[in-house]
Design a protein around this ligand. Structure first.
Ligand SMILES: *[C@@H]1O[C@H](CO)[C@@H](O)[C@H](O)[C@H]1NC(C)=O
Ligand SMILES: *[C@@H]1O[C@H](CO)[C@@H](O)[C@H](O)[C@H]1NC(C)=O
Length: 378
């Protein structure tokens, strides 16, 4: 599989949807339209509430390793999430090997050994389905995307893990992508997905999804209809971020693994994205973790960092004690697990200052991201 590097063109659909919306409002009455437009602009441009978040506001973050959880069974991890009961779920890819499964913490075998993640309940996919992203939905439901098969698989996890229904992904996700001159038709793809609570017109939440491009797709949570697509752009780098992959919602931000596979590069950095407008707020440099794993995995090109799970159900931990890198009193976020495809461990990490961006300098951070993150630079 050696596709030619391909640049995805075109405007984000978000701007088209906004224009269409504006036309309808104007037809409906000038005053109502003006009010609605102002409200809309204000909502879109509102600064992310970083001040109210336990997450670091720096453009570039490093991390502290809180715990290593060895994995009893490595897997081609495509999605990872923690549900509303605190249970950890994983989507596994590849034809003939795809599955959805629970990962359960097993106590260490001896006092000195690290804790391990053991495979619990598991449901295999039919051989012709390739598992992709996984979203933990309210009420213990899971939604797993398939790569090119145009299906979303919905599972109930209570009382036991079971496939509840297969849902056809609507519209353009089912039709083959337009083939370039002489190129074989390639079906549309779905990569990552996450549930963004209290978003959307009815406040019932939306799904954000990725398809390997630089677009963050907003899907209606129930119908899976495409609502809009925003292009993910990093102003500090002057770059649209290609290869958005596994997604996770972390304190209202969307975090993305980045894998510009079609552009033949991969990244061990995680993008922090403001979902409403696609702005990149910053990066988490996990290259040190990927280096640890790369010594063990045989296929570094495929076995990339992939899998982010944030434990929304855990209480916020107490602030840092005095004397750490941050000094005393800095807030700490809830437990955050990251892993990769065929990695031997999952890592619980806490964001920390990054040595390459002392005093939180964005310029220094951007220079570091350009140097180490392996992004597709066009
Ligand atoms: C990603 O989705 C956008 C919007 O629907 C579409 O234009 C693009 O072709 C898709 N890319 C892939 C690789 O499926
Ligand atoms: C998430 O946090 C809850 C509450 O602290 C805990 O019971 C649960 O085990 C955690 N989940 C994981 C996967 O660590």
């Amino acid at each position: 599989m050696a596709p030619k590097a391909r640049k995805l063109r075109g405007q984000g659909r978000g701007s088209r949807a906004t224009e269409a919306g504006a036309r309808v409002w104007l037809a409906g009455g000038a005053i109502a339209a003006a009010v609605a437009l102002v409200a809309c602009v204000r909502r879109r441009s509102a600064a992310p509430p970083l001040a109210a978040s336990p997450l670091r506001a720096d453009y570039l973050s490093g991390f502290e390793l809180e715990e290593t959880l060895t994995r009893e069974e490595a897997a081609f991890t495509q999605g990872l999430c923690i549900d509303d009961s605190g249970a950890l779920w994983e989507s596994v890819g590849h034809y003939g090997r795809s599955a959805v499964r629970q990962l359960v913490r097993a106590p260490p075998s001896s006092g000195a050994a690290p804790a391990a993640l053991r495979v619990g309940a598991s449901v295999p996919l039919a051989d012709e389905l390739f598992g992709e992203g996984l979203a933990c939905l309210p009420d213990g439901q899971l939604l797993q995307l398939t790569w090119r098969e145009g299906l979303g698989l919905q599972y109930a996890t209570r009382p036991a893990l079971a496939l509840a229904r297969a849902r056809a992904l609507r519209g353009e996700f089912r039709s083959p992508a337009p083939a370039g001159a002489g190129a074989p038709a390639r079906p549309r793809e779905m990569w990552g997905v996450a549930f963004l609570p209290s978003a959307g017109a009815d406040g019932g939440g939306v799904l954000v999804a990725s398809n390997g491009s630089s677009l963050l797709l907003h899907l209606h949570a129930r119908s899976l209809r495409l609502l809009r697509a925003v292009r993910v752009v990093d102003a500090a780098l002057g770059l649209a971020i290609e290869g958005l992959n596994e997604l996770e919602v972390v304190e209202g931000e969307v975090w993305a693994n980045v894998y510009p596979m079609w552009q033949r590069t991969h990244s061990a950095c995680v993008a922090r994205i403001w979902p409403d407008d696609g702005r990149v707020l910053g990066w988490v440099d996990l290259t040190a973790l990927a280096r640890t794993e790369r010594a063990a995995v045989t296929d570094a090109y495929n076995n990339v960092l992939n899998g982010i799970a944030y434990n929304h159900t855990a209480p916020e931990p107490p602030p840092r004690a005095a004397g750490g890198a941050d000094g005393g009193g800095a807030r700490r976020h809830r437990p955050l697990l990251v892993t990769g495809k065929n990695w031997g461990a999952a890592y619980r990490i806490q964001l920390a200052p990054h040595a390459a961006a002392q005093a939180g300098s964005t310029a220094a951070g951007a220079a570091h991201v350009r140097r180490v993150c392996g992004l597709y630079a066009g």
